[in-house]
Ligand binder design. Structure first.
Ligand code: MG
Length: 272
């Protein structure tokens, strides 16, 4: 989940501070429209419906994890000395948080840390199609399973309870690596790599594979994907999530940092 969004009232305060002014100064800061959260929520409706309701996404997850088995088998045949491991992200990779997004859309609200944590505290997210089968398969092949997620440390207990309830393997403090200060997963991946051959990774963000993909400044990041295509093909399973992510932050601004008009501006810029 995107942890970098700030609430609109907080954003207004940040802008004021950044400009070195206060509410009584003569500097004009454009007010955020009162209906902005509802408009932003409305702009995400089709993405949420697609993720939550569509048989297409259901199939995409199955397909992704079918491919994961094939890739894992091939990679386990490659020379390696350390014991093998699989790394997966959690949100929109093995657990389905689309009910949270559906609720947001229905209520005309967008992500906030408070509502997100109220959702994860329930521990009721369901396993995504194919995820459980694949990870159990990986363990039968001798792989350790590591869950590297940007959920925060105070979400640990509920997250582990949720994963255990859904039947996921190797759910313990050594294998569930949540966010310590930075959303960059590089260090956590390196920790796993110290003692394991990382045979496969899966995620709904390219940054679940490598942090370099956060940079979308050239060609919306697509040339970077093409440059690493062979590596991605072998070692990474990309899963669908149209609801939020690095890609959206990069092209239209973080949803709550920006205005609802950001997406309209983006579309107009590229319309023919
Ligand atoms: Mg994710």
């Amino acid at each position: 989940m995107n942890k970098n969004n700030t609430s609109l009232p907080a954003l207004g305060l940040v802008l004021l501070l950044a400009l070195g002014c206060n509410p009584t100064s003569r500097t004009v800061v454009a007010p955020v429209a009162a209906d902005a959260p509802a408009r932003l929520a409305q702009q995400n409706v089709d993405a949420v419906i697609y993720q939550h309701y569509s048989a297409e996404v259901h199939r995409l997850f199955e397909q992704g994890y079918e491919l994961a088995k094939i890739r894992l088998d091939a990679n386990l045949e490659r020379p390696h000395t350390l014991p093998p491991a699989v790394i997966v992200d959690i949100d929109e990779t093995v657990l389905d948080n689309s009910p949270y997004q559906v609720t947001n859309a229905a209520m005309g609200r967008t992500y906030s840390p408070a509502t997100w944590k109220a959702w994860t505290a329930k521990g009721s997210a369901k396993a995504l199609p194919g995820a459980l089968e694949f990870l159990n398969y990986a363990t039968t092949k001798g792989c350790a399973v590591f869950y590297i997620s940007n959920r925060e440390i105070d979400e640990t207990d509920a997250t582990m309870r949720n994963l255990i309830q859904e039947g996921f393997p190797m759910v313990d403090s050594a294998h569930v690596l949540l966010m310590h200060g930075t959303s960059d997963k590089t260090i956590r991946r390196a920790e796993v790599a110290k003692n394991h051959y990382i045979a496969l990774l899966a995620g709904d963000q390219l940054t679940d594979f490598d942090e370099s993909f956060k940079n979308r400044s050239v060609g919306d990041g697509k040339p970077n994907v093409d440059a690493l295509r062979d590596t991605l093909e072998r070692y990474f399973i990309m899963l669908p999530n149209p609801m939020y992510g690095v890609w959206l932050d990069a092209v239209s601004g973080r949803p709550l940092e920006g205005k609802p008009g950001n997406k309209e501006t983006l579309l107009k810029k590229n319309a023919y």
